[in-house]
Design a binder for this molecule. Sequence first.
Ligand SMILES: CC(C)(COP(=O)(O)OP(=O)(O)OC[C@H]1O[C@@H](n2cnc3c(N)ncnc32)[C@H](O)[C@@H]1OP(=O)(O)O)[C@@H](O)C(=O)NCCC(=O)NCCS
Length: 178
Amino acid sequence: MELRSGNIVLRPLRLTDAKRLAELANNEKISCNLRDGFPHPYTEEDAENFLQKFTNQNPVTFFGIDYNDEYVGNISLVPGQDVYRKSAEIGYFIGEPYWNKGIVTTAVNLITAYGFNHLDIIRIHTGVFEYNEASMHVLEKCGFKKEGVFRKSVFKQNKIWDEVRYAKINPEFENLQV
Ligand SMILES: CC(C)(COP(=O)(O)OP(=O)(O)OC[C@H]1O[C@@H](n2cnc3c(N)ncnc32)[C@H](O)[C@@H]1OP(=O)(O)O)[C@@H](O)C(=O)NCCC(=O)NCCS
């Protein structure tokens, strides 16, 4: 299972990604944008624990991002439960040396198309902390719409922040009348 666009490939995570994952993820400029489940500092043991959960998935929903054949980050879709089972939350990060090269914009487009076309997902959504302009810009470039602001919903770095909510609807269902 592999999703490709030029020199950017989304592929299943491997246990052998642990060392590089820990190196890339151990960065406060990354963890400050993510939930506390993404630890800081980020150790090789954290990476191994994470990878053990998300290798050998069927269907694959957590991918490693390769750029020029080098592992640079992760991207995932987490489907909801119960009445939300046709919605999925998107999440992503790449290592700082690879920022602003268009990599995550391409990765978001690849995984969004995969979710709509192969996972029977109708809506893909996420929340972005108010200070994460780069991530909001990525989502807007990928056709996600800002749906609202969850005011003062996030407690991160000992401060309270707004979360900006974005979603994209599977075009097949965009104009569906029930
Ligand atoms: C946010 C993140 C995923 C972006 O990945 P990326 O591969 O660098 O993104 P891209 O290069 O595809 O696009 C970034 C865009 O944001 C813009 N940008 C970067 N920093 C910015 C800033 N401070 N303010 C406004 N725009 C900014 C870039 O110029 C680029 O836009 P452009 O293509 O129009 O020039 C990456 O920085 C990251 O992993 N950050 C830490 C984890 C994280 O924030 N995850 C998302 C949580 S919601």
